[in-house]
Design a protein around this ligand. Structure first.
Ligand code: DMJ
Length: 912
């Protein structure tokens, strides 16, 4: 065992102050020379172009931050569609997501160190003054301990770290006297009651004013927390201890980490997703590198880097070995069970795992990092953003995208490690997509559905804390940043902590190092820094050669089951029992099931496939409760297609998934409920009529507006405050009669989305919208014309009004994508959940359809080719073909079946 801070493997050039110091900061440490040796592969990007892109990032940040400060501050977050602040309690609850909001101006605090990285020193100084003047950390509000730690405590510490750096430079922040650190300390003490458990794992939530125990606290009854929630504290807490000398914070965070390590599954060395904070039992035994676990691993490696304590590296390496053994199936990273690590727990991946290639760079394991990153990039190229979850055959599983930064983070680290200009091009695409699809007049809006391009009224604080930092740094040269970024480590929220903390107040690490670690066999541990000569064996095309075979991994992928069935037919064998055909009352089916796994490896393989299909089927059935949303895109001034609202479809009228979109100006019908012949036909003639929900059937409304000459209709919910953010979308059902006479398209908007159109009419009178199944791109020319300055977007919009008539929206969707929602709708009876909120005169229904499958099937018509491709690539990339190694006796499979399905259902219910 070596002493902490001994500069392991980094040679004498690495200062004593921190081991792996340069790795920590940018992952460029041992690989830094790669940036200068690159000579081939993707064309190099000129300094001029990189500067242009850097400036574009600055302009985008101004747009996001400026709108937050102007329209939302001091609220926690900006709601970019309605252009106001999100104040907890004043908006309908979004559940756990809202636990990040503590009425403490979250976005401002999370943005502090971004301002310095982006050279906005003056703005930083102003922002710090505002934090000190306005922010109250003593609100009677229940917040997530994890989110408060990474965003607020981390934000204050990052701000403090750069404030003292600037003060030392002698120009800015001369008045600063550790005030941010004092706030951080105050917050740290507020979080400590959460650790009052026998295990030392923190409660997941705390009341900032009343803590945990008091009756007024409204929290403290929880029994479970996620692994990342309990294991992502050490950087901030240790920094707080070392900055202030108050050792208690680091001690508490270490204790929680020690407990998690103790509880790892001893044979697989994996951890589950959720753990009981009192007993230490794993509540969810699935294990991956994404949601619920991600930053636990990140903090083990980074804790070693920042604190120089070998035990953290040993733990990380042990886990990493397990991850690479069981979870990594390059280019995929698939969750497994901690007790049965050879068995996949899911058939989909979540977007949070996109940070992992960045962590692999930090570890020095570049090949799998390049592979996974490339796979993720292919998914992004298909959907413009990374959907929250996607299946192993790259269908969308959860369609939202809250502008997460993880992929940009990995892109940055990979560029630093390889110097390959390819990653600059990737960054450029990210910038383009953000501007094209997420930028709205008042900031950047999260994607509600990457398939339709619709927006959500949400701009999370991590977008400012992380996305702009990584994108800016990607294109920046050393001299573009006013301090040396390599002197700092990034927290999981991309806050900057100085590496010199490793040698400050370090008594705790010595005190707490347990003897257990000395017993570990560390012969396999990688104590030395990665060597560029090995990683890039004199071959500048190395990274490219790893990416190349993965170039079409997404496009070529097909639902695997289909191929396997066809394969069986072709070989004359009886096709295996498919989960979708299984009937528990069929004795033949039960017999087949019993046999699976008993006789041969083929049966066993079928058994596992069958079980996996059952799990997937269960997921699919849940998804079928959700409906394919449609899009209402406001295309007139000053929106120009930027605002896309999520709309529910109708079971009657023109099916927008099969026909071209409908475009027109909107007009309110009279009567507004549309339940009788319209008295203002001249107003709605040739337009899209707005009708209020209620008092008669949807179909009746449709007939009345159609008779008045409307070309489409939008029904707006009459339940004030309802929103697709908080209520499930549904499909407007017919009236039980033949509805073939209804030819116009009808869409449904909840009240909040509808009021965006109604407000627009009040403000701009003429409002034109596009009804479609997928939002259309803005005209590129218009985009060029409109490079809005952050502070005056509406003025820029004014300037281009004259050209708005010429705007011709271009459908960029691929033919496959446009057929994405083109399955015939087969309808289920009215959904009972929705029925509760439905007026008795209306019918609502959910379609039983899977909207992703069609397009992918469509891509797989040439079965021969597909089979060939499949057999060529199966070995490397298909996670299911390795079932051979995952054979289990059928008894244990069946015994675990229920447990797996239950666990799966729990996973599905959980928010990311
Ligand atoms: C950030 O708040 C942090 O990176 C966290 O660790 C998980 N991901 C979100 C953003 O997606």
């Amino acid at each position: 065992m070596s002493e902490a801070g001994g500069g392991r493997g980094c040679g004498s050039s690495v200062p004593q102050r921190a081991p792996w110091s340069l790795v920590a900061a940018t992952a460029a440490f041992c690989l830094v020379s790669a940036t200068s040796v690159w000579t081939a592969g993707a064309a190099p990007m000129s300094r001029e172009e990189r500067q242009k892109l850097g400036n574009q990032v600055l302009e985008m940040f101004d747009h996001a931050y400026g709108n937050y400060m102007e329209h939302a501050y001091p609220a926690d977050e900006l709601m970019p569609l309605t252009c106001r602040g999100r104040v907890r309690g004043q908006e309908p609850s979004r559940g756990d997501v809202d636990d990040a909001l503590g009425k403490f101006s979250l976005t401002l605090i999370d943005s502090l160190d971004t301002l310095v990285v982006l050279n906005k020193t003056k703005e930083f100084e102003d922002a710090v003054r505002k934090v000190l003047r306005d922010v109250n950390l003593d609100n009677d509000v229940v917040v997530s301990v994890f989110e408060t730690n990474i965003r607020v405590l981390g934000g204050l510490l990052g701000g403090h770290s750069l404030a003292i750096m600037l003060k030392e430079k002698g120009e800015y922040m001369q008045w600063y006297n550790d005030e941010l650190l004092q706030m951080a300390k105050q917050l740290g003490y507020k979080l400590l009651p959460a650790f009052n458990t026998t295990s030392g794992l923190p409660y997941p939530r705390i009341n900032l004013k009343f803590g945990i125990r008091k009756p007024e606290a409204r929290t403290g009854t929880e029994t479970d927390t996620c692994t990342a929630c309990a294991g992502t504290l050490i950087l901030e807490f240790a920094a707080l201890s070392r900055f202030t000398g108050a050792t208690i914070f680091e001690e508490y965070a270490r204790k929680a980490l020690d407990f998690l390590w103790e509880k790892r599954q001893r044979s697989s060395n994996l951890v589950g997703v959720t753990i009981n904070i009192h007993t230490g039992d794993w509540v969810r035994k699935d294990s991956g590198v994404g949601a619920g676990i991600d930053s636990y691993y990140e903090y083990l490696l980074k804790a070693y880097v920042l604190l120089g304590d070998d035990s953290f590296l040993e733990r990380f390496n042990t886990h990493y070995d397990a991850i690479m053994r069981y979870i990594s199936q390059p280019p995929l990273l698939l969750d497994v069970h901690i007790h049965k690590p050879m068995l996949n727990a899911r058939t989909w991946m979540d977007a949070l795992l996109a940070f992992f290639p960045g962590l692999q760079v930090l570890k020095g394991d570049i090949r799998p990092a390049i592979e996974t990153h490339e796979m993720l990039y292919q998914v992004i190229k298909k959907h413009n953003f990374l959907p929250e979850a996607f299946t192993t055959d790259f269908r969308v599983h959860w369609a939202q995208h809250p502008l997460r930064p993880e992929f940009a983070e990995s892109t940055y680290f990979l560029y630093k490690a390889t110097g390959d200009p390819y990653y600059l091009e990737v960054g450029k695409t990210l910038i383009e997509n953000l501007n094209k699809y997420a930028r709205v007049p008042c900031g950047f809006a999260a994607m509600k559905d990457v398939r339709t391009g619709s927006h959500e009224d949400r701009m999370d604080s991590f977008f400012l804390a992380e996305m702009f930092k990584y994108l800016y740094l990607l294109f920046a040269d050393k001299e573009d940043i006013i301090f040396d970024i390599e002197d700092y480590i990034f927290t999981t929220e991309a806050h900057l902590l100085p590496l010199w903390l490793s040698t400050t107040n370090q008594s705790i690490s010595k005190k707490n190092t347990t003897s257990e670690y000395t017993e570990l066999d560390d012969s396999n541990f990688d104590w030395t820094c990665p060597n560029t000569q090995i990683l890039f064996p004199n071959d500048p095309l190395y990274a490219q050669s790893i990416r190349e075979p993965l170039k079409n991994v997404v496009d070529k992928s097909c639902p695997r089951g289909i191929i396997r069935v066809e394969e069986s037919f072709r070989s004359g064998a009886k096709p295996p029992l498919r989960a979708r055909d299984f009937m528990a009352t069929n004795p033949e089916h039960l017999e087949i099931l019993k046999k699976m796994g008993a006789a041969s490896s083929i049966d066993a393989e079928d058994g596992l496939r069958f079980m996996q299909e059952m799990i997937e089927l269960s997921s699919q059935q849940q998804k079928e409760q959700q409906l394919p949303p449609r899009a209402v895109q406001i295309v007139s001034h000053p929106f120009f297609g930027r605002v896309v609202l999520t709309a529910g479809p109708a079971q009657f009228g023109l099916d927008l998934s099969k026909h071209k979109e409908t475009r027109g100006f909107v007009a309110s019908s009279k009567p507004y409920n549309g339940c009788s012949e319209l008295t203002n036909p001249e107003a709605v003639m040739g337009k899209i009529a707005l009708i209020q929900r209620g008092q008669c059937m949807f179909a009746e409304k449709a007939r009345n507006i159609q008779n008045a000459g409307a070309i489409g209709g939008i029904v707006i919910d009459d339940n004030e405050g309802s929103s697709s953010d908080t209520a499930p979308l549904f499909q407007m059902a017919g009236d039980g009669k033949d509805t073939d006479d209804i030819k116009i398209p009808m869409l449904f908007l909840f009240s909040k989305e509808g009021s965006i159109i109604l407000d627009a009419i009040r403000e701009y009178e003429e409002v034109e919208v596009l009804l479609s199944d997928k939002a259309k791109d803005r005209d590129p020319e218009m985009e060029n014309e409109e490079q809005p300055s952050s502070e005056n977007d509406s003025q820029s919009a004014e300037q281009i009004t004259s050209s708005s008539q010429e705007v011709d929206l271009v459908d960029q969707g691929s033919p496959e994508e446009s057929s994405l929602n083109s399955q015939p709708e087969s309808l289920s009876p009215a959904d009972t959940d929705n029925a509760a909120s439905v007026s008795p005169s209306e019918q609502i229904s959910n379609p039983m359809e899977n909207h992703e499958t069609t397009s992918l099937d469509g891509e797989c018509t040439d079965l021969d080719n597909q089979l060939q491709e499949q057999s060529e690539t199966e070995e490397d990339s298909n996670p299911n073909v390795s079932w051979g190694k995952k054979v289990q006796p059928i008894d244990s499979i069946l015994a675990d079946w229920n447990e797996d399905i239950e666990a799966f259902e729990m996973m599905e219910k959980d928010e990311l």
